[in-house]
Design a protein around this ligand. Structure first.
Ligand code: SF4
Length: 247
C-alpha cells in the first residue's frame, strides 16, 4: 500500500467496516471430523429416524426418471408443493424428453415461471432434455459421471434422481434441510454442501444414504425447522446437543 508522508495510509470507512465485520464473523469450522459422527451415535440417530419416518421418500410427483429430473431442476429455491402444481399441467403437455428438448423456450418460461428462476430453469430443462435425446438415446443416464454432463445438473439433483428413480446410492442429497440438520446433529462441522456430503458419506453406511437423505429432509420440514425447531416434539431430542435446541 502507498505511504502518505512516510506514514502508513489511514484506513478508510470501508476498511473499518470490513474489520468490524471480520470481528463479528462466525468462527471457521474446527478442523477434523464432527465429534458426533461416531458409529454408535450414528446408529442411534438412524434408528430414531427409522421410527419417525420408516417410508420417507421424495415428495416430487413423477411417473418416470425423466419427470423426476425435470421436477428436481424446477425445485431449486422452490417448494415441492409448488413444483407439483406446475408439473400437473406441464407433464401432460410435454410427455417425453423430445417434447421438452424442442419446446418453445418463451412458452416454457411462462409455464414454469411460478417456480422462480424460470429463465435459467428453462435453459437447464431444455439443455438436459436435448442431451438426453441426442446423446443418451432418450433415457436418463444412471451414473453420477454421466448425470453431471447434463446442463443444470449438479450433485444434489443427480443424487435425487439416481437414488429415488434408480436406487443407485451415489451420494447423500444435501439440500438446505440436510445442510442445517447435519450441523445441528453434529454429523458435520462444514457449511459447504460438497464437504457436508463428504462427511455424511463417511459417517453413514452406504446402504442408508438414499433413505437417510429423505428422512432428514422430512424431519427438517416437519420438526427441525430453520427458525423455530419443534424440539419438544422431536424424537431425536435425547441425542441432540445443538445450540439451536429450544428445550
Ligand atoms: S432437538 Fe431440536 S434442534 Fe435437535 S434435532 Fe430435534 S428439533 Fe432439531
Amino acid at each position: 500500500m502507498k505511504k502518505r508522508n512516510g506514514k502508513e495510509p489511514k484506513r478508510g470507512r470501508g476498511s473499518r467496516a470490513a474489520a468490524r465485520a471480520k470481528g463479528r464473523a462466525k468462527p471457521a469450522a474446527p478442523a477434523g471430523p464432527a465429534k458426533g459422527a461416531t458409529p454408535k451415535r450414528v446408529e442411534a440417530i438412524l434408528a430414531k429416524l427409522d421410527e419417525a419416518y420408516p417410508a420417507a421418500t421424495c415428495a416430487l410427483r413423477h411417473d418416470n426418471p425423466f419427470q423426476l429430473l425435470v421436477s428436481t431442476i424446477l425445485s431449486a429455491q422452490c417448494t415441492d408443493a409448488r413444483v407439483n402444481q406446475v408439473t400437473a399441467t406441464l407433464f401432460p403437455k410435454y410427455p417425453t424428453p423430445q417434447a421438452f428438448a424442442y419446446a418453445n423456450p418463451k412458452e416454457l418460461e411462462k409455464e414454469i415461471r411460478p417456480t422462480g428462476f424460470f429463465r435459467n430453469k428453462t435453459k437447464s430443462v431444455i439443455g438436459a432434455s436435448k442431451k438426453i435425446v441426442e446423446e443418451f438415446g432418450g433415457r436418463v443416464p444412471q451414473t453420477m459421471e454421466e448425470m453431471l454432463t447434463l446442463p443444470g445438473v449438479a450433485r444434489k439433483t443427480a443424487n435425487v434422481v439416481l437414488g429415488t428413480a434408480f436406487g443407485v446410492a451415489s451420494g447423500v442429497v444435501v439440500d438446505t434441510h440436510v445442510q442445517r440438520l447435519a450441523n445441528r446433529l453434529d454429523l458435520t462441522r462444514q457449511q459447504d454442501p460438497k464437504k457436508i456430503e463428504q462427511d455424511l458419506m463417511q459417517a453413514i453406511p452406504q446402504d442408508r444414504w438414499i433413505l437417510f437423505s429423505h428422512q432428514l429432509i422430512w424431519h427438517g420440514r416437519k420438526v427441525c425447522q430453520a427458525r423455530k425447531p419443534r424440539c419438544a416434539e422431536c424424537n431425536l431430542e435425547s441425542l441432540c446437543y445443538s445450540q439451536d435446541k429450544v428445550v
